[in-house]
Design a protein around this ligand. Structure first.
Ligand code: COA
Length: 334
């Protein structure tokens, strides 16, 4: 950390979305809802759903492969993989271990992070600390979710929101004096708000039984109304902190890439932060909320289509179950 030229630089992005599209009209045939109800309240029109044999490790591997290709990094050069997910292929082992095997990351230490929709930010923060401390040189950070597996498709208050997918970035150590890289990270947690968004059964406190299955306790439960309020407050607060810690003003933000939970939440946060919607990257209309995958997926889309360019100040902000929240500022480019 003593070297002023030392930076943790984002050098490549990748994204993966499953083929199957589930529209609001499709949902209206499954539960008592409609596009006219869902779209104005959430900004979501459709989401992608993974196939039965398409798991979190497969989607994470696809997004990570693309991120490594775009960074020009070989699998054996990666020394750390941090995978953010709340829907690992199996409870044990960590899904990141399966990704390591799929990609041949033979020199990487691999672990998962469980921080729900803030998972990607938490993982990026870990990658940054490893790189700046000298513990790692080339890190893969991925977010991958198969939310369809823990969604109650009979509950119209939750099933309209979520989708599947994966995104990834490569973070590398640079000592060459670049001004680019991760300028700041900020995170927070409030476990007293855990009951706002949780899965009641399937963990060690309440293992799966015939009873929990019948009560549909293996699926997400949510108090959407209360979450909405905390989401705006905490996401705006932590993002403003990261922007200030990076030495920037709101007018310096070229792109805000928020967690994609609800377009109205995104609009409220952008307004609080004084960032116009023209500078906000959204893909929620066609992805829904992909939890830990949402920020890297939106980021990859905006990098791939040329919106985000070298030298741009790119800001990430998130909130999620826990509750957790986080933000990061990256000056784009190698
Ligand atoms: N279709 C039709 N009606 C629905 C519905 C649906 N899919 N879901 C709920 N309703 C009904 C409710 O039953 C309720 O009816 P009632 O007034 O007769 O009881 C009414 O619509 C209003 O429900 P409410 O939950 O108050 O709606 P809302 O305006 O808060 O919008 C969310 C619901 C979920 C869209 C919104 O609260 C939200 O997005 N919250 C944040 C959730 C989130 O981001 N979670 C992820 C965190 S990372």
């Amino acid at each position: 950390m003593n070297n002023p030229n030392l930076r943790a630089v984002v050098t490549g992005t990748g994204g993966y979305l499953p083929e199957r599209v589930l529209t609001n009209d499709d949902l209206s045939k499954m539960v008592d809802t409609s596009d006219a109800w869902i779209y104005p309240r959430t900004g979501i029109r459709s989401r992608r759903i993974a196939g039965a044999d398409e798991n979190v490790s497969d989607m994470a591997a696809a997004a990570s492969r693309q991120a490594m290709e775009r960074a020009g990094v070989r699998p054996e050069e990666i020394d750390l993989l941090v995978l953010a997910t709340i829907t690992p292929d199996t409870p044990l082992p960590a899904a990141s271990c399966l990704v390591q095997d799929k990609l041949g990351l033979v020199n990487a230490t691999c672990f998962d992070i469980v921080a729900a929709c803030s998972g990607f930010i938490y993982a990026l923060d870990v990658a940054r600390q490893y790189v700046l401390s000298g513990a790692a040189r080339k890190v893969l950070v991925a977010g991958s979710e198969k939310m369809s597996a823990i969604t109650d498709w009979t509950d119209r208050t939750t099933c309209i929101l979520f989708g599947d997918g994966a995104g990834a970035v490569v973070v590398e150590r640079s000592e060459g004096g670049t001004q680019n890289g991760i300028l700041s990270t900020a995170t927070g947690t409030d476990g007293s708000l855990a009951p706002l968004l949780y899965v009641p059964a399937g963990g060690s406190a309440r293992p799966t039984t015939a009873e929990t299955l019948a009560a549909r306790e293996g699926f997400v439960r949510m108090d959407g109304h209360t979450i909405f309020k905390y989401a705006v407050r905490n996401m705006a607060g932590v993002t403003a902190k990261a922007v200030a810690d990076a030495g920037l003003k709101p007018s310096d933000v070229d792109w805000f890439v928020p967690h994609q939970a609800n377009l109205r939440i995104i609009q409220a946060v952008a307004k609080t932060m004084d960032v116009p919607m023209e500078r906000v990257v959204t893909n929620i209309e066609t992805t829904g909320n992909t939890t830990a995958a949402s920020i890297p997926l939106a980021l990859h889309a905006a990098v791939a289509d040329g919106r985000i360019r070298d030298g741009d100040n790119v800001v990430f902000g998130s909130f999620g179950a826990g509750l957790t929240w986080g933000a990061a500022v990256v000056r784009w480019g190698k």
